[in-house]
Design a protein around this ligand. Structure first.
Ligand SMILES: [Zn+2]
Length: 243
C-alpha cells in the first residue's frame, strides 16, 4: 500500500487541502508537511492569529443576567476569515481530517505560547448520526493534537450529546441558537471531574452558546474551572480586560 502511495506521490501533483488548487505556473506550489498533508503557500500565508491581547472573549456574545456561569471565558486565536474561512468547511465537509489535526497542532502551539494549562482537554461531541456521516469529529482531532502539544490529556468520551440539534449555522436568531443547544450535552455517567480544570474545544464559535452548554455539563460533573476554546470566529467586541 505504501509503495502504491509513494508511486502516486511521484506521478500525481498534490492539490492544496484548503483551497483545492493544484500547482500552477504562477508559483502556486504545494507546501508539504508530514503525513501526506498538502497545503499551498498562499493558504499558509493567511494563517495569521489575532494579537495575543485579543484572543480572549466572554464565551457568550450576548451575555444574560441570570447566566449560572457568568465569567466563562473563550480563547479564540484566529478570525473566521482568510485561512479558516476555507479550512473549516474543508475539514468538516470535504473529508479532510488531516486538516483538523494540523489545525489542532497550530492551536496547541499558540496555547502553549500563551501559557494556557489545564488538567484535561475535551472536544464538543458530534451527534452519532453526524459522526457516522463524517467518520470523524473534527473538534476531537483538534483537541487531541492541541492536548498532545500542550501535554494535557485529551479524552473524547467525556461529553455526550443527549439529543440531536440543528446546525447552529442554520439558525440566525441568537435566542433560537441558545434554545437549540440548551441541555444538549451531558458528561458520561462514569466521569467525575472532581475540581479539575478542563478546556473544552470546538472548531468555531459564533454566539458561544454551544461551548457554554458544553461547559455547563462539565460544571455539573464537578469541574472546578472550565475554559472554552475555539479555533476561529468573528467577534466585534473584544474583552482583553477579562483575561
Ligand atoms: Zn491552498
Amino acid at each position: 500500500m505504501n509503495l502504491i502511495r509513494e508511486a502516486a506521490d511521484l506521478l500525481l501533483p498534490h492539490n492544496c487541502c484548503v483551497c483545492g488548487r493544484f500547482p500552477d505556473a504562477d508559483g502556486h506550489v504545494p507546501f508539504e508537511v508530514p503525513e501526506n498533508f498538502h497545503i499551498c503557500f498562499d493558504c499558509l500565508s493567511q494563517l495569521v492569529p489575532v494579537p495575543v491581547e485579543k484572543r480572549f472573549f466572554p464565551c457568550l456574545s450576548e451575555p444574560f443576567d441570570s447566566d449560572p456561569i457568568p465569567g466563562l471565558l473563550l480563547y479564540m486565536p484566529f478570525p473566521y476569515k482568510g485561512f479558516f474561512e476555507k479550512a473549516v468547511p474543508a475539514m468538516k465537509f470535504n473529508a479532510h481530517p488531516e486538516l483538523a489535526s494540523f489545525a489542532g497542532c497550530v492551536l496547541g502551539s499558540l496555547m502553549k505560547k500563551d501559557g494556557i494549562t489545564a488538567d484535561l482537554i475535551v472536544p464538543v461531541p458530534l451527534s452519532a448520526s453526524r459522526y457516522k456521516e463524517r467518520g470523524y469529529n473534527q473538534a476531537g482531532l483538534i483537541a487531541s493534537e492541541a492536548g498532545r502539544i500542550c501535554g494535557i490529556p485529551c479524552i473524547d468520551t467525556v461529553l455526550v450529546r443527549t439529543r440531536e440539534t440543528m446546525r447552529q449555522t442554520e439558525i440566525t436568531d441568537n435566542a433560537m441558537r441558545s434554545l437549540n443547544v440548551s441541555g444538549a450535552f451531558a458528561s458520561d455517567s462514569s466521569f467525575v471531574a472532581d475540581g479539575l480544570k478542563i478546556i473544552v474545544v470546538d472548531d468555531v464559535a459564533t454566539t458561544g452558546n454551544t461551548l457554554h452548554e458544553a461547559a455547563s455539563a462539565l460544571f455539573k460533573a464537578g469541574a472546578g474551572q472550565v475554559l472554552c476554546c475555539a479555533l476561529a470566529g468573528n467577534r466585534a467586541v473584544l474583552n482583553a480586560e477579562s483575561i
